[in-house]
Design a protein. Structure first.
Length: 94
């Protein structure tokens, strides 16, 4: 076993952490301003490490070029912004 992470492992870990972090930011209670950012970050990291063995095989591989990687990041950011703008309305519907 190698003592360092490969590029694919870092990419997969970053995807898991970004998705779990985005979910935690939208959850009522945990995503509120009175919860310290370190608590949210620590919780996202612990949940990401727990989910790593479960979802590692289902994640997409490392993109072939830097342009594709930037496309992934921009698409994820735009979808997060869309969900954040819709989330106040979604709370009243439920």
């Amino acid at each position: 076993m190698e003592p360092y992470a490969t590029a694919d492992q870092v990419w997969a870990g970053g995807l898991i952490l970004a998705r779990v972090g985005a979910i935690l930011m939208l959850i009522p209670g945990i995503g509120e301003a009175y919860v310290p950012p370190r608590v949210r970050l620590s919780l996202a990291l612990v949940i990401s490490l727990a989910l790593w063995p479960v979802v590692r095989g289902a994640l997409p591989g490392l993109p072939d070029s830097l342009g594709l990687m930037v496309d992934w990041i921009i698409a994820g950011g735009l979808s997060l912004l869309f969900l954040r703008f819709c989330s106040p309305d979604m709370g009243t519907v439920i």
